[in-house]
Design a protein around this ligand. Sequence first.
Ligand SMILES: *Cc1c(COP(=O)(O)O)cnc(C)c1O
Length: 465
Amino acid sequence: MKYISTRGQAPALNFEEVLLTGLAADGGLYVPETLPTFDRAEIATMAAMDYPAVALHIIRPFVADCIPEQDLADLVRDCYREFRHEAVAPLVQLGSNEWLLELFHGPTLAFKDFSLQLLGRLLDYVLERQHRKVVILGATSGDTGSAAIEGCKRCSNIDIFILHPHQRVSDVQRRQMTTVAGDRIHNIAVQGNFDDCQAMVKASFGDRSFLPADRNLVAVNSINWARIMAQIVYYFYAAVAVGAPHREVAFSVPTGNFGDIFAGYLARQMGLPIKQLIIATNRNDVLHRIMTTHTYARGELQHTLSPSMDITVSSNFERLVFDLYQRDGTAVAELMHRFQNGDISFSDTAMAEAQRLFSSQCVSDEETCQLIYDVFEASEYLLDPHSAIGVKAARDRRCDSLTPIITLATAHPAKFPEAIEKAGVDFEPALPHHMLDLFQREERYSVHPNELAAVQAYMAVNINA
Ligand SMILES: *Cc1c(COP(=O)(O)O)cnc(C)c1O
């Protein structure tokens, strides 16, 4: 399988190359040149498979020319063994024909474990074979950093450096990063804010002279193709559990960067009968505004109760734009270049297609709290604020009550106690059993001033041989 850039000017890559690349050289994002498709009979067989078997089935065609099937099977089994639920991604019924797909049973209690557990193993496998080592560098405001560290903690060919804003992430989030043991795990607390951390990461990708000559720098943010690929799996797994391909299904997806819901779009393109895909956003509603005004405009960043969706630009949306413009890389490049300097409008043809594919809704903090409260009152099920946004949008936007609707539950409520308290629910969500000693575990991180040179000097001397 070949991967091509959404801006049409960068060389096509194979899976192994795309795994080790972030942005394409032309500034675009990589997407598969063609998608594998599954017919009804093949989808029906997935109903009898466990999660790793479905994962193998979906992922195989994307990596086939790079990873032998047996190696992939071992890698996928090993990956999902880390999850603390036999079903890996269990479905819970919330109402009549209304379901939640719990994606928070991984090591860090959020759905990013699905992609980053796999990404770490894929990287280590490929690096081992190439006798290479790399450095992963990322900035985090919370969830991504811990999931990346957990995903890489057993990788002997990766040094991982994660920058977080000092004293500006929650205690649970910091401890999930800093209590993971390993010589190759490096947590850096920067005396600045998240944007400062991100600026340092960006500058380091631009000037890599602080690195030893034999090390490449790899990004693990959600533009990495392998992360999207891993997320396609649970759409198939959940849909067949509620009756696909014999019944159509609908999904509601709390999203910010358009990563998770883009995976749902791909699942539909690959043959899964998805009747409706709902984009659920918080007050950072750039995606909802695109759908309603046809204009892509950066808003002001709002701090909400669902911080993992607090964004102003939705990077993965470019992957959809590429399809909306008939895969015309030149047209996408032209649009995205204009977006650097201001708002852009999409063509009527493109937007008509987008509206055929997606519904959307923006949900406020007040509505989020009300929904958490209502669901707890009705069934004593506690939703985290991100998942609550998905459920709210599902209830308001579902096209009919006969089609089963599945909301992706992206985080465990214990990660966001502030929202639960604000919702007026008189019940404190406990951390799962395996994390009860989180506050007794030893932490390791170093605090640095908000200076690029200091941080780079620290990285240079701490990269392992
Ligand atoms: C990252 C994250 C999201 C948003 O994911 P996208 O890739 O932007 O769709 C939603 N919920 C939680 C809990 C997250 O950590």
